[in-house]
Design a binder for this molecule. Structure first.
Ligand code: AGP
Length: 602
């Protein structure tokens, strides 16, 4: 996730404060690099950019002094190319009279850069935003008008993206929406575009919604929309945005957590695109193939993803992967690992101190270091031999949701690839996630009512759903402040069963292959007066034995993948349940007490 902004004004003016303001509002979408450009009628484009946060880069390059009547700005959340000055956006075309910036991922970036170079274009960075500019340059230089050149460029650019682009000597800018956010704002003496509503709301409330497959050409006070499909023109009037700034930032959701739960399908789709086209994937897989022992090392939610991944590796690749909580790595394996072994270090932030400590020990022992990480440019990306980005964009709420599901999806993708299975079986995961979210959100409220009076409960899982039970329990305790323990269902009878009294809540996450075993576990609880809530596919045995069920819609995939995919989906009802329980207790799920999003301390 990155942020773009573009503006055309009636007269030349000091655009610096507008650019810096938009940059600050967009900074939640990316803070690896920042750049701004003003585009003159004659002469050179004024392009200022570098790695760093918006305030630092703006101050260093004096953004506040930038003036003109057309400008674009970009904030980058790095995916292609390290967060460096060279990879910062906006980018120029070969002769420097076109400038553009994008948001999203162009997944065939590496191949395109090779083609552009072979065609004699000047490619300066590794960043996929530059590919958008050269793709337009390619067709503009063949004699096509700008809008037509942009339309043709879409045939070359694979992925989900939007971009804004402008040319010296004109009075207008162009922007296109192809899967990533884009909205326009229209005033009498200016027109602007931004990646989201909050970026333009303080400038105008007269907004124009744009849809995928649309190009907007905009000039001071006016615009034209063109369809990418057939080049026809589309009529649409602006509307008045009523949203408050805070509501707009949350995209219409009450909390960032809920927004991020709903973003899971979109970021899963982007991740799959990226993995299908990733050059680093093979490097990663080769390291795993050659390893003597593979460890998966992480904390909190990331550890739960790793634990589920280790089951996937066993089931699909016949590979033992040893899961270990990062702070326990040194004590348990520190002196036994060596250069033949590989660690997959998983972290949303890439900065968790417990994980970095384990990496230090792994490096001393010359162990291979692989990363799965959301924040590109973080320490984990710098110390990994190879890393795969999670492509979730900024996760604001402290409880991790979309980063967990993309960690699990990456591990499933790796396990299938290593085992020689086709990963195309995962292509429908985004729509399965949406269906699950739709269906389970209607079933959650009665369960919330049951849990309201209890400050103590268990979530049980078995096999593939054991890590899901741990993750669900972590979510619940993190944002409801109740004691909720996740354990292996068969362990319940070895001690915790004594906690069960009349009405005591126990949640079972049931995989389709483990129903008979889960039914025994359910009855051990219900015959002692406990109240059981079962989560799983529709199954008369679950419905007949548990007091309540949350049913995940049946998925249409071959039998051998069903349990693995159910495990990925069954965290969604637990995320939603935790969210609603948190609200029912009057807490703010985004910022739970005592916790921090990134734990850079021991
Ligand atoms: C999960 O909701 C938590 N916020 C927490 O457990 C988190 O997963 C853990 O602190 C690890 O963080 P990381 O993924 O950034 O390394």
């Amino acid at each position: 996730m990155c942020g773009i902004f573009g503006i055309v004004t009636k007269e030349t003016q000091n655009l610096g404060p507008i650019l810096v303001g938009a940059g600050e509002r967009l900074s939640y979408r990316g803070y690896d690099t920042v750049g701004a450009a003003t585009i003159p009628q004659e002469g050179k484009i004024d392009l200022r950019k570098d790695a760093g946060r918006v305030q630092e880069v703006a101050e260093k390059y004096k953004f506040l002094e930038m003036s003109g009547d057309r400008a674009i700005l970009q904030l980058r959340w790095a995916t292609f190319g390290a967060p460096s000055k060279l990879n910062s956006q906006p980018h120029l075309d070969s002769d420097g009279d076109l400038v553009g910036a994008h948001n999203g991922n162009v997944v065939n970036n590496v191949e395109l850069r090779e083609e552009f170079t072979a065609e004699g274009m000047t490619v300066r960075s590794e960043n996929d935003g530059e590919s958008c500019v050269h793709a337009v340059e390619r067709y503009y230089d063949q004699g096509h008008e700008m809008v037509e050149a942009i339309r043709m460029a879409t045939h070359d650019l694979e992925g989900d993206y939007s971009f804004v682009i402008g040319k010296v000597g004109e009075d207008r800018l162009y922007a296109i929406k192809m899967g990533s956010g884009l909205v326009a704002g229209i005033e009498e003496d200016l027109t602007c575009i931004g990646s989201d509503l909050p970026s333009i709301l303080p400038i105008t409330r007269n907004i124009l919604r744009l849809y995928d497959g649309e190009i907007i050409t905009f000039w001071s006070g006016g615009y034209e929309i063109t369809s990418v499909v057939d080049g026809s023109s589309i009529e649409r009037d602006p509307e008045i945005a009523e949203d408050s700034m805070e509501a707009a930032q949350k995209g219409g959701y009450d909390h960032f957590m809920l927004k991020e739960i709903h973003e899971q399908s979109q970021v899963a789709g982007e991740l799959l695109h990226l993995l299908d086209n990733s050059k680093d994937l093979n490097l990663f897989l080769n390291k795993l193939k050659d390893a003597r022992n593979i460890y998966v090392i992480a904390c909190g939610t990331s550890f739960h993803a790793g634990l589920l991944g280790s089951v996937y590796f066993n089931q699909f690749a016949g590979k033992a992967v040893i899961p270990v909580l990062a702070p326990q790595f040194t004590a348990q394996y520190g002196s036994s690992v060596g250069p033949e072994d590989v660690g997959i270090f998983i972290s949303q932030s890439g900065e968790t101190k417990d994980v970095l400590n384990a990496i230090e020990v792994a490096a001393e022992q010359s162990m291979g270091i692989l990363g799965l990480v959301n924040v590109v440019g973080s320490t984990l990306t710098l110390v990994s031999e190879v890393y795969l980005p999670l492509t979730c964009g900024y996760e604001i709420s402290v409880p991790a949701t979309k980063t967990y599901t993309n960690q699990v999806l990456t591990l499933l993708y790796l396990a299938l690839s290593l085992g020689g299975y086709k990963t195309s079986v995962l292509d429908d995961i985004p729509s399965m996630m949406d269906r699950t979210l739709d269906e389970v959100s209607k079933q959650i409220d009665p369960v919330v009512d049951k849990l309201i009076d209890w400050d103590d409960l268990y979530i049980l899982g078995y096999g593939l759903t054991y890590p899901v039970a741990l993750e669900g329990a972590l979510k619940l305790k993190e944002i409801t402040y109740t004691h909720c323990e996740g354990i292996l269902s068969t362990e319940f009878k070895h001690g915790p069963l004594s906690a069960v009294s009349e009405g005591y809540p126990v949640i079972f996450t049931a995989g389709p292959d483990d129903i008979p075993l889960i039914i025994s576990g359910i009855n051990e609880v219900t015959c002692r007066g406990g109240h059981v809530i079962a989560i799983g596919f529709q199954d008369s045995r679950l419905e007949g034995n548990a007091q309540e069920t949350i049913i995940i819609p049946i998925i249409d995939v071959p039998e051998e993948y069903r349990s693995a995919i159910l495990a990925l989906l069954s965290v969604i009802p637990l995320q939603l349940l935790s969210y609603r329980c948190s609200l029912s207790r009057g807490y703010d799920p985004d910022f739970p007490r005592n916790l921090s999003k990134t734990l850079t301390v021991d």
